[in-house]
Design a protein around this ligand. Structure first.
Ligand code: ADP
Ligand code: ADP
Length: 220
């Protein structure tokens, strides 16, 4: 079942309270925007949901169960956390083949996702020479490999050129239209315009507003 459920997450880094009762649900079939200023706790929440970081309190579930780590097969969730974290010496396709192999997936799936993100003509170039926007596309391709019902993308618009921004809007909408749960973070509300159906607005480690975009517009 394509959902993310976050309930009462608290997390401290030394003196910093990064998460202070973070709670929300991400439902399938729509793009949910996760918006708030830098330092609001968006990345930490995503890392906890993925089991890459432990919360001090609270629970995080994907499809009704805790997710242990990204080392689990990526059939349940795909994530774009830090597009810079790619192996620079491999070609884009080589990087994806390496990831696919560890999940028992073949070259055909790799070539499919390369086409989906528009990297076909750059697939044999080294990822180290990629622009940030191309790295974002490659990171999204990696997130899609296992055809997961749940996707989490941390600031995917960063570094994209205007054409890339238009592309990602339509692309995220099509992924949601296929019934996936898509959580996409941004520090800028404007980046999520025309993309998100639902907004979770956060600040200081907690949810400030959780609303449908249509309701928000109707209320304004
Ligand atoms: P956002 O993604 O909304 O920008 P983060 O989740 O990255 O916010 O950060 C929330 C807060 O936790 C910030 O104050 C940040 O500096 C702090 N923080 C995040 N990760 C760490 C870490 N590994 N060590 C110390 N502080 C951290
Ligand atoms: P974002 O802005 O997307 O939250 P950051 O650049 O803040 O990303 O964080 C990138 C990495 O650095 C993450 O692994 C995060 O946990 C860590 N980090 C963030 N803030 C701090 C901090 N104050 N001290 C140490 N590590 C941090």
């Amino acid at each position: 079942e394509a959902t993310i459920e976050v309930n009462g997450l608290r997390k401290r880094f030394g003196p910093t309270l990064a998460l202070d009762g973070m709670s929300f649900t991400v439902r399938p079939g729509r793009v949910t925007g996760f918006v708030g200023p830098n330092g609001a706790g968006k990345s930490t929440t995503m890392r906890v949901v993925l089991g890459l970081d432990a919360a001090d309190e609270g629970t995080a579930l994907i499809g009704g169960r805790p997710y242990r780590s990204l080392r689990e097969p990526l059939r349940h969730v795909g994530a774009l956390l830090d597009a810079a974290a790619l192996q620079p010496s491999r070609s884009a396709r080589g990087h994806l083949l390496w990831l696919a192999r560890s999940q028992g997936l073949g070259a055909r799936r790799v070539d499919e996702v390369i086409g989906q993100v528009g990297l076909r003509s750059a697939a044999r170039r080294k990822a180290g020479g990629f622009s940030l926007g191309m790295r974002q596309r490659l990171g999204i391709a990696a997130a899609l490999l296992g055809d997961p019902p749940v996707l989490m993308l941390d600031e995917p618009v960063n570094g994209l050129d205007p054409e890339g921004i238009v592309w990602i809007r339509g692309f995220l909408r099509s992924l949601a239209a296929e019934g996936r749960a898509v959580l996409v973070s941004s520090h800028l509300m404007s980046e999520l315009q025309g993309t998100a159906d639902h907004l979770i607005v956060v600040g200081r480690g907690r949810v400030i507003a959780d609303t449908g975009v249509a309701e928000l517009i109707a209320a304004a």
